[in-house]
Design a binder for this molecule. Structure first.
Ligand code: GUN
Length: 286
């Protein structure tokens, strides 16, 4: 039997409708609208599209998004000065600096400059530490969205064998922690993992976040497994594809998330959710 295909777009839309309602209630009762500042440095076309989509989603749900577009030769000091200014602005509840940053800017210094209580991406070491402890404040948006997808299909995470491919700070590591906190048995694989196929084949849940087009094939997947594709790879012909070879894996998996239309829309919905939660905290509702 062919896999069920996750409709990330539809699920994200349902979540965004709920967020819109909660934003309206917050505004009605307190006069506060959740505010997000999105900072884009340089002119990477993919990053520009992501930031534009995030701003559009905010506008639709009644949040206020401010886009800060800085040129590629912006200095680290200039960027830090902008972050300090936004940190102090009470109308802004969430700050995101779109990654990757140009090579002359130190990611770590920039991410640490964001006030932890406005760090809606959850990348600040404080928020990472809270996640490691199992008591998170802001959970990074992509892994948070994947957990919402797994919950939407009522998959049993407790006791499951989960394999996370990729060990990035944005996806792989927080993803593994979230699954672990839900009592999955988690293996993190990466470029130096030996016999990756046989490790993957043990998994009830596979999260692919390695950035290699069509890397995961049916032979690497246990029959009926849940496969979540986080990859966004642009091929030479312009096509957008994931890390999973969709056509082969759909004959083997029980559930499969497509690219596009799977994880991507969920990431944006979770950014809105984190920004709303931050505004609710700011008025003492949380
Ligand atoms: N670049 C790729 N994914 C992300 C993300 O979730 N947040 C930010 N700020 N940059 C990214």
């Amino acid at each position: 039997m062919a896999a069920h295909i996750f409709d990330g777009k539809a699920l994200a839309q349902r979540i965004r409708v709920d967020i819109e309602k909660d934003v309206a209630i917050l505004y009605e009762k307190t006069g506060v609208r959740p505010g997000l500042a999105a900072i884009l440095v340089g002119d990477d076309p993919a990053s520009a599209i992501y930031v534009r989509n995030k701003k559009m989603a905010c506008d639709k749900a009644g949040l206020v998004a401010h886009e800060h577009r800085l040129s590629a030769n912006t200095t680290q000091e200039e960027l830090l000065a902008l972050i300090q200014k936004i940190n102090a602005d009470p109308a802004i509840h969430g700050i995101l600096v779109q990654l990757p940053l140009p090579p002359h800017i130190d990611n770590r210094v920039v991410l640490e400059a964001i006030a932890p209580h406005k760090d809606v991406d959850g990348f600040h070491p404080y928020n990472m530490g809270r996640l490691v402890e199992g008591d998170p404040v802001f959970v990074p948006c992509t892994p948070k969205g994947i957990m919402a997808m797994l919950d939407a299909i009522e998959s049993s995470i407790e006791g499951a064998q989960a394999v996370v491919l990729g060990r990035s700070t944005i996806v792989g590591k927080p993803m593994a922690l979230l699954l672990l906190h839900r009592h999955a048995t988690v293996t993190i694989c990466h470029s130096r993992t030996r016999d990756l196929s046989s490790v993957c084949r043990q998994a009830d849940i596979v999260i692919a976040a390695i950035g290699k087009p069509h890397f995961i094939t049916a032979e690497m997947i246990k029959k009926g497994a849940i496969v979540i594709d986080v990859g966004i790879n642009r091929l030479d012909d312009g096509a957008l594809v994931g890390d999973v070879d969709f056509e082969s894996v759909k004959t083997q998996a029980g559930w499969l998330s497509p690219v596009p239309g799977g994880v991507g829309p969920m990431t944006i919905a979770m950014l809105l959710q984190n920004t709303l939660e931050s505004a609710q905290r700011a008025v003492g509702w949380r």
